[in-house]
Design a binder for this molecule. Structure first.
Ligand code: SAM
Length: 270
């Protein structure tokens, strides 16, 4: 580690990262000039991007609160990102202090900063991992422990703003199915995803292409595409909607006049 403990030595600060760019859009300070350079042309094409990220985070808070209030005590947060305001363990443990959270991310800064923040919290921890390898994620001793501690109790898997980084549709569907099959029945999947809309402005597609070229391949999906991914689950009301439409809470302030292109759903394994 360097003096700044959230910067592991093996991080290349010249290569933009998904996690640090997201941190930048959210107004955080765990990002480098290369991240800001890569973020700039994308946000010029899509100035609403920081608002989309904030709406996504607000949905994540509401959905975790909903799950904790529904009795869920074990959370597996895949692609959890760099800690920011209203982290999953803070929301879940505010509802039920016994809630356990395992965070997984493949970004070394997200891992290091999360570990620093979680030191001393014996009910929340961070493990490095690639969600595209469900067998390895599920075999991680901490994830295994989380599943075992629940003793077959329903749990929640969160995939917030991460599945659009799996561009291949078959791979995305296989991943969702692999995590679903590992969960006890009555468990939940909470998912949010960058939206592709029929009447989409050309610049939105261009922004996604620019991001794919300079940061990481990504794919926007439609409401119907997400419905296909969630086959085999029962949708929690209000179903698959834009994030600001999912159980809005006045505490989050006024929503956008037009829904922003970020889709979400909370779904229950039968
Ligand atoms: C846009 S951020 C979302 C962070 C958080 N889930 C949220 O909604 O606020 C996407 C996160 O997913 C992580 N990520 C992307 N691909 C991943 C993969 N294959 N395995 C694990 N994490 C991944 C990135 O490093 C980043 O931290």
């Amino acid at each position: 580690m360097t003096e700044q403990t959230w910067i592991p030595e093996d991080v290349d600060p010249n290569r933009p990262s998904i996690a640090r760019i997201y941190d930048f859009y959210l107004g955080g300070n765990h990002n480098f000039p290369a991240d800001r350079e890569a973020a700039k042309p994308v946000v010029e094409m899509m100035p609403e991007l920081p608002d989309i990220m904030r709406v996504n985070r607000a949905w994540l808070r509401r959905s975790v609160r909903f799950l904790a209030e529904a009795g869920i005590r074990n959370f597996l947060d895949l692609g959890s990102g760099i800690p920011t305001v209203g982290n999953v363990h803070e929301i879940a443990q505010a509802v039920a202090p016994t809630s356990r959270v395992v965070y997984v991310d493949n970004d070394p800064v997200a891992v290091a900063h999360s570990r620093e923040m979680l030191a001393g919290n014996d009910r929340a921890l961070m493990v490095p991992g690639d969600l595209r390898d469900p067998a390895a994620v599920l075999a991680d001793p901490e994830v295994d422990r989380l599943l075992l501690l629940g003793l077959g109790e329903p749990m929640a898997v969160l995939m917030s703003a991460v599945l659009h980084f799996v561009p291949d549709d078959d791979e995305a569907a296989a991943l969702v199915a692999a995590y679903r099959d590992a969960l006890p029945s009555g468990s939940y999947l909470a998912l949010s995803h960058g939206a592709r809309r029929e009447q989409q402005a050309e610049r939105v597609g261009q922004a996604a292409e620019q991001y794919s070229r300079t940061v990481a391949p990504m794919k926007l999906r439609s409401l119907d595409d997400i419905a296909v991914l969630l086959e085999g689950f029962e949708l929690v009301d209000p179903g698959i909607v834009y994030c600001s439409q999912w159980r809005p809470d006045p505490e989050d302030g006024p929503g956008p006049t037009e829904p922003l292109p970020q889709i979400c759903a909370v779904a229950r394994k039968l």
